[in-house]
Ligand binder design. Structure first.
Ligand SMILES: N[C@@H](CCC(=O)N[C@@H](CS)C(=O)NCC(=O)O)C(=O)O
Length: 223
């Protein structure tokens, strides 16, 4: 059995969406955002206590990109990862890695500048530089998607689901949009995949990835 350690509506959403798209059988352990040590088995799977984390039999995985690559390979019939050795497979690695090391971390100065500095003016500067970077990332994605439907190959795959979540986080801000029409169309296409729709329902998220019930995680109040 696969076990996903999650906080609904966080980065773990994308792992759940990939599992749903893969048609996987899995269970979830809801991690309380402020009482992570209480989640049974969580620290053993990811000593950093960050979500998503995944246990698959004897295998323990952390890091969103690694988990997505694992799911893509683990369920080959779902077609979420192109065949090894193909150009599409190279694009698959490229975009999962770009999402993990560029777009995902690109959100931190915007969402969590307070982690980096206590100084108010430095914080504003980080948020503003973060927005400039995010605009460049959106342009990069837009250029790639202007000539193709999916990020890697002819079918939707795990990089599409990862990009979908990270593009969707722009909905939390009135002044941020990633890319243009091609990114918006891709967001709509990925958002309509049945597994992604189901993961949104399970994570209590609307089409903009905004929580229906902001005070609940896994159906329970966050106190
Ligand atoms: N590099 C990790 C980052 C994961 C991460 O930061 N997850 C957040 C939730 S969105 C978290 O668990 N944060 C807890 C913390 O920073 O203590 C990954 O890509 O999986």
């Amino acid at each position: 059995m696969i076990t996903l350690f999650q906080i609904t509506g966080s980065s773990s959403f994308v792992a759940r969406a990939a599992l749903e798209c893969a048609g996987a059988r899995y269970e979830v352990v809801d991690v309380h955002p402020r009482r992570r040590a209480e989640a049974p088995g969580f620290a053993a799977v990811n000593p950093l206590m960050r979500v998503p984390a995944l246990r698959d039999g004897d295998v323990c995985l952390a890091e969103t990109g690694a988990i997505l690559l694992w799911i893509g390979d683990r369920f080959p019939d779902a077609g979420l990862a192109p065949p090894i050795g193909t150009a599409a497979r190279a694009d698959h690695y490229r975009w999962v890695t770009w999402c993990a090391n560029t777009l995902h971390v690109g959100w931190w100065p915007i969402m969590a500048a307070f982690h980096f500095t206590d100084d108010e003016s430095a914080r504003r500067s980080l948020e503003s530089r973060g927005r400039e970077d995010m605009a460049r990332h959106g342009d990069h994605l837009e250029a790639w998607l202007a000539t193709r439907e999916w990020l890697a190959g002819e079918r939707p795959g795990v990089p599409d689901i990862y990009a979908y979540m990270l593009v969707g986080w722009a909905n939390y801000y009135d002044d941020i949009t990633l890319g243009g029409a091609a990114v918006a169309d891709h967001y709509a296409r990925v958002g309509a995949l049945p597994g992604v729709v189901r993961a949104r329902e399970l994570d209590d998220l609307d089409e903009r990835l905004i929580r229906h019930h902001p005070d609940l995680r896994g159906g329970r109040p966050v106190d």
